[in-house]
Design a protein around this ligand. Structure first.
Ligand SMILES: NC(=O)c1ccc[n+]([C@@H]2O[C@H](COP(=O)([O-])OP(=O)(O)OC[C@H]3O[C@@H](n4cnc5c(N)ncnc54)[C@H](O)[C@@H]3O)[C@@H](O)[C@H]2O)c1
Ligand SMILES: [Zn+2]
Ligand SMILES: [Zn+2]
Length: 367
């Protein structure tokens, strides 16, 4: 299955952190080649996320996680071009944990690499692995013409998933994982934070038959994206959330809360406006610890569930099946993309993402 060795020295573009400290460089480096149970993917689209901004800017998280030189990028879609030995290509080569893969297959990739040997991994709960590594953080990522990833992390995509949509599967998976923590049908759902993942959560809540889906943010630009997926939008810097609830005929409180801002004020407000017995799923990452009114959590018997990454691979099945069965949802999720750039325009892409005046920012490696 391996191509001749001389192919490995062909230079490719890669957006890299060359050394510890702020900044990135678009460099030419040799194409990688897949090792045991790895595949090489030609990258077609990548998405930018908050993590990439942290890594590019070099904050404490970046300094603790990154070991430069390193290629960033973990949200992507591409095409398998080479298959390393030991990888299942059909029933005769199957191992216990990989879909059958083939050259030319279009795929997205789970960015979390789990250890396989901790208690949770061995129990099949790989999203709870205690030694998770990340593509584009702890090993070379997808902001490049080619990336090599473990075969078991590959998610083959159906034809109806175009490259743009395929590049969104990592954050879309975060949204699926969060939104499906609790039943949503006929419930009143509050989403705090109308970033790309919050808007995706709102779209999923509508898709799942929630009664009212209300989303809050402090940015009118962000809320305009949420309005397109049919959520009731509230700018809590200007509007009273309780008044909106009254205008919707809500007399008690929200049944389900989905926290996608990481903002302490948003979480406190969510606890405040949830009904007794409400369920809250939290994906938004705060910058630091903060206080909440635990009396309310306790006396209102709230359930608060932390959410990390995606379930491997049930979230991927659920996300694919939801998108596969609904053109409307596909259009809504794709509609969250607001900016597209070429690799050579990477600094403009990062600038757009940093501005907050954007939905999802995509870099197109195809042309
Ligand atoms: N747990 C995980 O595995 C995981 C994975 C990916 C992202 N995240 C986190 O999930 C969150 C959502 O990701 P994203 O890419 O959509 O982020 P984002 O930063 O683009 O969006 C967050 C939004 O919250 C809004 N916000 C700020 N203060 C608010 C307030 N008081 N009330 C309401 N909204 C407020 C911001 O204006 C912004 O639009 C982020 O915190 C991110 O770090 C967690
Ligand atoms: Zn991401
Ligand atoms: Zn593990």
């Amino acid at each position: 299955m391996r191509r001749p060795a001389q192919h490995e020295e062909i230079p490719m573009r890669a957006l890299r952190k060359p050394a510890p400290g702020p900044g990135l460089e678009l460099q030419e480096i040799p194409e990688p080649s897949p090792g045991f149970r790895e595949v090489k993917i030609r990258v077609l689209r990548t998405g930018l996320c908050g993590t990439d901004l942290h890594l590019a800017g070099w904050d404490e998280f970046a300094a603790a996680q990154l070991n430069p030189p390193m290629t960033l990028g973990h949200e992507f879609y591409g095409e398998i071009v080479e298959i390393g030995r030991g990888t299942a290509t059909d029933a005769t080569t199957a191992d216990d944990d990989t879909d059958y893969l083939s050259i030319g297959q279009r795929v997205s990739v789970e960015g979390h690499i789990t250890c396989g040997r901790c208690r949770n991994c061995r129990a099949g709960r790989r999203h709870l692995c205690i030694r998770t590594n990340s593509i584009g953080v702890n090993r070379d990522g997808a902001f490049a013409d080619y990336v090599v990833v473990p075969a078991r992390n590959v998610w083959p995509q159906a034809d109806e998933i175009d490259p743009d949509l395929g590049a969104l599967f990592d954050p879309f998976g975060n949204a699926v994982h969060t939104a499906l923590q609790f039943p949503l049908a006929a419930e009143d759902v509050l989403v705090t934070g109308a970033g790309p993942i919050g808007v995706m959560c709102a779209a999923i809540a509508r898709h799942c038959g929630a009664r009212n889906v209300v989303i809050t943010d402090l940015s009118d630009y962000r809320l305009s994206l949420a309005a397109k997926v049919g959520a009731v939008t509230v700018n809590t810097a200007q509007q009273d959330l309780r008044e909106v609830m009254t205008s919707l005929g809500m007399t008690e409180g929200f049944d389900v809360g989905l926290e996608l801002s990481g903002a302490p004020a948003a979480t406190r407000q969510m606890i405040e406006v949830c009904n007794h017995g409400a369920k809250i799923a939290m994906l938004g990452l705060p910058k630091a610890g903060y206080e909440v009114d635990w009396n309310q959590v306790i006396t209102h018997m709230l359930t608060i569930q932390g959410v990390y990454g995606r379930e491997m691979y049930d979230t991927w099945y659920k996300g694919s099946f939801m998108l596969g069965s609904s053109r409307e949802l596909r259009d809504q999720i794709r509609g969250i993309i607001t900016h597209r750039f070429a690799p050579e325009e990477w600094s403009q892409a990062f600038e757009a993402a940093r501005s907050g005046q954007c939905g999802k920012v995509i870099i197109n490696w195809e042309d």
